[in-house]
Design a protein around this ligand. Structure first.
Ligand SMILES: Nc1ncnc2c1ncn2[C@@H]1O[C@H](COP(=O)(O)OP(=O)(O)OP(=O)(O)O)[C@@H](O)[C@H]1O
Ligand SMILES: [Mg+2]
Length: 266
């Protein structure tokens, strides 16, 4: 499927997805779609099943039942390593980067599937290989510029703030040129300026026709960034609509207030 800049096609379709962990139903018959050129928010109180949903989409955990379609193909049983080359990438709630490496090297790792090494590497002449490596570094630098971290390219990962690590993780995910970018709590740990930059980045990617699925607890951020919002609570989808519709939905208000009230009693 081609990605239209103003596209409204569903790039991702979740059909009655269920995921059980023993007796716990973490995801309970959830269906929704993510459209090209749109930012879809996935929100809900702690434990609602949002990160589990990401795991089901990427395939790191299988669904107990239900189906997942990506780019018009049923990927329900496709192993994770076959899904990312189809054009999906994610960032993590707890950032997973390689601490012994530089910022640039971490982004280069994201380019890996596009620039083969190992056995194939031996087939390249050293000249072709050097050209390929240069191309990969240029692309990685371009991505670091996009996220505003080009000046930190040579720094060790350990020297970065949490906000900066989240940006490196986004650059790494973008390196695979995904058609669908899934971000799990990208604004967590970011200061106001960084959150503003993140919002601009998301809007720039949207202008290029990228589909995004964003899990986030920062409601102002979600309301501004998203075209549509899916709300989960205790595994089930309780709302799906425009930011305004969701903001005024009684079930959504009750889910958030209910949780806060529960927390307050502990
Ligand atoms: N590997 C697992 N084994 C057992 N239960 C799990 C596992 N992973 C998640 N769960 C449970 O599934 C439910 C959904 O968890 P999940 O991490 O998807 O929630 P979440 O919406 O991402 O929450 P948060 O906002 O806190 O990140 C929770 O009750 C959680 O304890
Ligand atoms: Mg989570």
């Amino acid at each position: 499927m081609t990605v239209a800049t103003n596209g409204q096609r569903a790039i991702l379709k979740i059909d009655k997805a269920v995921r059980r962990f023993g007796g716990l139903v973490a995801v309970n018959e959830v269906s929704f779609e993510a459209l090209t050129g749109q930012v879809t928010g996935l929100i809900g109180p702690n434990g609602a099943g949002k990160s589990t949903m990401f795991d089901l989409i990427t395939g790191v955990r299988p669904v107990t039942s239900g189906d997942i379609y990506f780019r018009d193909q049923r990927v329900t049983d496709a192993p994770p390593h076959t899904r990312s080359p189809m054009g999906m990438a994610r960032t993590f709630q707890i950032v997973r980067l390689f601490h012994g490496m530089t910022v640039l090297e971490n982004v280069l790792l994201g380019l890996h599937p596009k620039f083969p090494d190992g056995i194939l590497r031996a087939l390249f002449s050293s000249r072709a290989l050097a050209a390929q490596e240069r191309k990969a570094r240029d692309r990685a630098m371009e991505l670091l510029e996009f996220v505003g971290l080009a000046s930190r390219a040579a720094d060790a990962i350990g020297h970065l703030t949490l906000g900066q690590l989240r940006l490196v993780d986004i650059a790494r995910a973008l390196a695979s040129d995904p058609a669908l970018l899934m971000m799990d709590e990208p604004a967590a740990g970011l200061n106001d300026a960084e959150t503003g930059n993140l919002l601009n980045m998301i809007l720039a990617l949207k202008m290029r026709g990228m589909a995004m699925l964003v899990v986030e607890h920062d409601i102002d951020f979600i309301m501004t960034a998203c075209d549509r919002i899916v709300v989960m609570d205790r595994g089930a989808k309780i709302a799906d609509g425009t930011p305004d519709a969701v903001r005024n939905d009684e079930k959504v208000i009750a889910a958030y207030i209910g949780r806060k009230a529960t927390h307050a009693t502990h």
